[in-house]
Design a protein around this ligand. Sequence first.
Ligand SMILES: Cc1cc2nc3c(=O)[nH]c(=O)nc-3n(C[C@H](O)[C@H](O)[C@H](O)COP(=O)(O)OP(=O)(O)OC[C@H]3O[C@@H](n4cnc5c(N)ncnc54)[C@H](O)[C@@H]3O)c2cc1C
Length: 381
Amino acid sequence: MIDTTAIHTVQNAFSRKHFNRVLLQIEHQAAITEKNPAGPVEEFRWLRECGALQLVLPGEPLDFNKPDTPALLRLLKDVGKANLSVGRIFEGHINTLYLIHLYAGNDQRDNWYRGVKEEGHIFGIWNTQGQDGITFNKNNNSLEIQGSKTFCSGATLVNRALITGNISCPERTGWQMAIIDMDGIDPEKIDRKSWKPLGMKASGSYTVNFSGYKVHENELLGEPGIYLNQPYFNGGAIRFAAVQLGGAEALSQATIRYLEELERTGDAFQQLRLSNMMSAVITGRMWLEQAGKYYDTWADDGNHNEELIAFANMTRVNIEEICLRVMEDCNRCVGARGLMEPYPMERIFRDLSFYLRQPAPDATRIKVAEFFINNPAAFND
Ligand SMILES: Cc1cc2nc3c(=O)[nH]c(=O)nc-3n(C[C@H](O)[C@H](O)[C@H](O)COP(=O)(O)OP(=O)(O)OC[C@H]3O[C@@H](n4cnc5c(N)ncnc54)[C@H](O)[C@@H]3O)c2cc1C
């Protein structure tokens, strides 16, 4: 994880201007970072310096207590546009802070928020697992973890990791969240050989073995089962969809720049494809904007969970289709010469193809269909 001992002096209040400069730096560095075994260490230092890590904490511009989800989604999209791997890790940080906002006790919240503000801590959220998934086991009076998580994005950068697993003891039974201090995990337990993906290499989404870690009571987040609470669980898909759309936006802009360089923008076939690509990207922005508005209106009212989840599911699958369409048109626009280094398209292409693979894509579409079969007049007003 990142050593944060020397960063106290460089934490600033969030500044959009500074943030925009950071996004340009992140974009310029993306090709180098992909090949850096340490991952996007500098990128997260820059994000910390411009106040982006604390952006959603109380009193900050996107304070979760005064939700502005459309603005949050635009910001996540912008980070994804600069570098999808950085966007993935940053989204995990924001997601974890949201679960803390929803479910932590006052002392826990103060402690974890202080870690972000004063120590520059990065949070991650790791739920995915294989056969040897996580269990929390009571040994005498202590609670000990057994098992591993897979796809741990930012495993070598994250300071506090929200992990989930089964707990079964007299006080607690079910799927429990805990926030682990990564200083307590031997770096050897992060399996660097476990990440040989098509794209998103810089996300360093390694397998981490947590066996032997002793969990303190104040590291347990919420009651067992609450992680899956709706509409927050499925409704949250709009955040990763926002990051994905950033990749499509980056591809379309890189395509225009490439065609300009080759003086091919006057060609009608190219223009037709550019028209399709840009329309698709703008459509994606509209999905996100409306999904954000519904989220702010409905997430906490308890009466519109089904509508909210259906809209989030539609947003997710439509953005997947949009990204696939943009990739195909980009591919045809730039051809083989454009799909190699030093042009950025080949990397973004690999990253986006891979990052689009999120859980249960078919089941999500089935859920959308079921919703409209049961509510044919939904979203009519
Ligand atoms: C870059 C990246 C970073 C990630 N980072 C994190 C992270 O930080 N934390 C985290 O918790 N997770 C993370 N994940 C994991 C992610 O949340 C998903 O678990 C993962 O992407 C799903 O992978 P999959 O495509 O193999 O899924 P699958 O669900 O296996 O889907 C593959 C295909 O199989 C189909 N399918 C699914 N179930 C069945 C079935 N029973 N029968 C038949 N077909 C089926 C699906 O519809 C789909 O067509 C990350 C993933 C990626 C790609």
